[in-house]
Write a protein that binds this ligand. Structure first.
Ligand SMILES: *[C@@H]1O[C@H](CO)[C@@H](O)[C@H](O)[C@H]1NC(C)=O
Ligand SMILES: *[C@@H]1O[C@H](CO)[C@@H](O)[C@H](O)[C@H]1NC(C)=O
Length: 322
């Protein structure tokens, strides 16, 4: 958690130092739905203007009770030992995938990932992303394993990950199923994931980690979200808490949705061994959604099931799942 917090603060400092865009091209107003989610800021139309950052960064209250700490680097707990590497066919990004293509020609979903503060360093998420990949997923993340600096990812950076996969360039990592594609991210990276998924029918699931929309005047944009949304939030002290509580009821009627809270604050458990409880929650959600795994579904939705999220101290709300 310490690593994540430091990275976030560094990212936030970089944001504050960066120049504001000269012209605002998107003005939120009910009924104004831009064609694409790029907007004017890192993180896109679901993110915040630089001038409002300070106002929202401290919006959580209280002190989290879960303290995951930093864990060991592993190859993940899943059946396909995974790693984080770079690939010259997708510059400025990191690939997290099984070390060798899984046997049996296992079909693998594809995930595009964005980092907290939209930084260009995937390092804080290594344990978490390797854990997911070890269950048979290929992930392309914005930024480099040892990246950083003042620049931030843009919506187009995450979209580049999709273009890369849809051009067939992820095939070297195994059999990619392009009907099973998610965008996901932490904090600003989560807002970016929603902005990329907006009006892009290739994206089938959106996963928001410790974040939602900050500004009330942008929540109407949720009407254009057409695929299930899962929020994994860090409880009342998380700056994503208020926004996710407000966004969840505003998602289009009938849309399957999940809002899970664990009292970690904004930092989640990404740096714990195998991504800790957030890693476990993400894997089970994905296995349920993309592999129809009933046991994994019960872990998420049934408090009484063995290893349920509720037994891990998550509070879980959900609606509209069949
Ligand atoms: C793996 O499965 C895909 C379809 O899911 C198929 O197109 C491909 O030819 C298969 N590859 C091998 C080596 O069997
Ligand atoms: C289904 O998910 C459970 C719980 O995460 C896991 O233990 C099991 O191996 C999965 N089953 C299959 C067939 O992948």
């Amino acid at each position: 958690m310490k690593t994540v917090s430091i990275t976030l603060l560094a990212g936030l400092a970089a944001v504050q130092a960066a120049p504001s865009p000269a012209v605002q091209t998107f003005t939120p107003s009910p009924g104004n739905f831009p064609a694409k989610g790029d907007g004017d800021y890192a993180g896109g139309i679901f993110s915040i203007p630089l001038s409002q950052l300070g106002q929202y960064a401290g919006s959580g209250t209280g002190t989290p009770t879960e303290n995951p700490g930093s864990g060991q680097k592993t190859s993940g707990s899943g059946p396909y030992p995974a790693q984080m590497i770079t690939d010259s066919s997708l510059p400025g990004h990191t690939i997290i995938a099984p070390k060798t293509p899984p046997g049996g020609n296992l079909s693998m979903p594809f995930i595009a990932w964005g980092n907290g503060a939209c930084t260009l360093s995937t390092a804080p998420y290594q344990n978490f992303l390797v854990e997911i990949a070890s269950h048979g997923y290929v992930i392309a993340a914005d930024g480099l394993p040892s990246g950083g600096g003042a620049s931030q990812s843009k919506v187009q950076d995450m979209r580049d990950s999709l273009e890369w996969a849809f051009a067939g360039k992820a095939a070297k990592y195994g059999n990619i199923d392009l009907t099973k594609v998610a965008t996901a991210g932490h904090s600003c990276g989560g807002q970016e994931a929603m902005s990329v998924a907006y009006h892009d029918e290739r994206v089938k699931r959106i996963m928001m980690f410790n974040i939602a929309i900050f500004q009330d005047d942008r929540r109407y944009l949720l009407q254009e979200i057409k695929v299930p949304v899962a929020y994994f939030i860090g409880g009342k002290s998380d700056m994503g808490y208020q926004g996710s509580s407000r966004d969840y009821p505003l998602l289009p009627s009938g849309l399957p949705k999940l809002l899970a809270n664990l009292d970690t604050g904004h930092g989640g458990t990404y740096s714990a061994t195998n991504g800790g409880k957030f890693g476990k929650a993400a894997v089970n959600y994905l296995e349920w959604q993309f592999r129809d795994n009933a046991t994994a579904k019960a872990v998420i939705l049934d408090p009484n099931s063995a290893n349920s999220l509720v037994k891990d101290k998550w509070t879980v709300q959900s609606a509209n799942w069949s």
